[in-house]
Design a protein around this ligand. Structure first.
Ligand SMILES: Nc1nc2c(c(=O)[nH]1)N[C@H]1C(S)=C(S)[C@@H](COP(=O)(O)O)O[C@H]1N2
Ligand SMILES: [Mo]
Length: 420
């Protein structure tokens, strides 16, 4: 985990001129968002260098250069993807071994190359804007336009399969088994996508450019609905297994390995902490539209007594507080100005082909900015600010899934003072 520049990256105004802010709910005609309340806008696409990075490995694979990078098969020319079966039985759970007609292996000289993947992309390629978020970090890491080939088509190159219930996969890990970072998907998740829904894919382009080692290139898995741990970087190997268990590395760390992204609002850590009397008080942050979509973002201000114990998550003041709607950054009206040259919005998954408009805003499994201006006049003293997302089922954060090991969506709290 690194990258002190991330906050600045999110503030960059490049390519966001067309984005505007508006209230998520009834902002009455008498209350247009005042332009002075516009702090910063979140770029729809985060620069590839400015995502927050989560990577294991010693050395971190993305720090390799020159010959080391070639040996790690992390350049487009040296990259190879192997697809194998695992030869495992484990009665009574696994009584039959998985098999496929044509495994793809380096030793058999038929592993999949970068060129092959690009070639498949010409007819089968997909493009999707997705936020990456770590299940264990209460903030999105960045959002990109990912482009690649559905995993089902790549595995299809292995011919007929038998007894495959799951696929697990990992990336370059310094050839040290202790450094493997592995993830898994069920056979059905890979092979069947309901109409208009999102396929798992192997990405070779981010924001219109080849994926750099830092972002997991040359080829990275993208699981559109999932937290970052399913989107394996520096992909090396897929294994077809008859083991129905989710054998993700993250499952060994007490996480829910099947958790889809949660709808949740996050507070930027660089919000102002102390205000002069009468000074306008603004807060801002990011919001993820997860599996249940986003209805509103709401905020709550509360006076506190210095030294008092923190409120518990079920405190009446939180559950029944006077939450007020915040402003959510609106969809850009000029997607062409944001997307890489040659990419039309109608080409993107989740967008209407003819109108070029997204099916929902915020983008499904995407992020955008929110901001709030405190309306009441606050007398000098100590305060707490909270923010929460409400999803399309009407559940307010941290519901409906308050268990942090399925994604960090606690209600963020921020203490500030108004000077006396
Ligand atoms: N090979 C590999 N892939 C990986 C990881 C890793 O350590 N090794 N970390 C995962 C985790 S836990 C997260 S949250 C995301 C982070 O993606 P990013 O660094 O591009 O933001 O990458 C995932 N893919
Ligand atoms: Mo993660």
């Amino acid at each position: 985990m690194n990258n002190p520049n991330r906050r600045n990256a999110l503030k960059s105004t490049a390519a966001i001129a067309a984005c505007s802010l508006s209230n998520t709910s009834q902002a009455g005609p008498g209350e247009p968002p005042s332009s002075s309340s516009v702090l910063t806008e979140t770029p729809c696409l985060t620069d590839a260098r400015h995502f927050y990075t989560v990577a294991r490995g010693n050395p971190k694979p993305h720090t390799l250069t020159g010959e080391d990078l070639v040996r790690a098969r992390m350049t487009p020319e040296s990259w190879r993807l192997e697809i194998a079966t695992d030869n495992q039985t484990d009665p009574p759970l696994i009584t039959q071994k998985s098999s496929c007609e044509k495994p793809r292996l380096i030793q058999d000289r038929n592993a999949i190359t970068y060129e092959q993947l690009l070639e498949m992309g010409k007819s089968k390629g997909v493009k999707f804007i997705k936020a990456i978020q770590c299940l264990n970090i209460p903030a999105p890491l960045g959002q990109g336009l990912w482009e690649g080939v559905p995993l089902r088509d790549v595995i299809g190159l292995c011919g007929r399969m038998k007894n495959v219930r799951r696929i697990y996969y990992w990336g370059f890990h310094n050839n040290d088994p202790k450094q493997i970072f592995q993830s898994s998907l069920s056979y059905s998740q890979v092979f069947e996508t309901s109409p208009g829904d999102l396929p798992v894919f192997l990405a070779y382009r981010l924001n219109g450019k080849p994926i750099t080692p830092l972002r997991g290139g040359p080829v990275r898995v993208i699981v559109p609905w999932a937290y970052g741990f399913k989107s394996i970087k520096w992909l090396h190997r897929l294994v077809l297994t008859n083991d129905p268990r989710a054998n993700d590395t993250y499952a060994t760390q007490n996480n829910d390995p099947d958790s889809p992204l949660k709808t949740a609002a996050y507070l930027s850590r660089d919000n102002q902490k102390s205000f002069d009397p009468g000074e306008a008080i603004h807060f801002s942050g990011l919001v993820i539209s997860g599996i249940s979509g986003l209805k509103t973002v709401e905020t709550l201000v509360r006076k506190r007594i210095q030294g008092e114990p923190p409120l518990g998550p079920d405190a009446d003041e939180i559950l029944n507080g006077k939450w007020v709607a915040a402003m959510v950054q609106q969809a850009p009206d000029n997607w062409k100005a944001i997307l890489p040259v040659g990419v039309s919005p109608g080409d993107l998954l989740g967008f209407d082909r003819d109108s070029g408009k997204p099916a929902s805003w915020p983008l499904r499994f995407g992020m955008t900015g929110w901001q709030a201006t405190v309306k009441e006049k606050l007398e000098p003293g100590h305060y707490e600010f909270r923010v929460r997302a409400v999803d399309h089922n009407g559940y307010a954060q941290p519901d409906p899934r308050p268990l942090p090991k399925s994604g960090r969506n606690e209600i963020p709290v921020f203490r500030f003072t108004v000077a006396g």
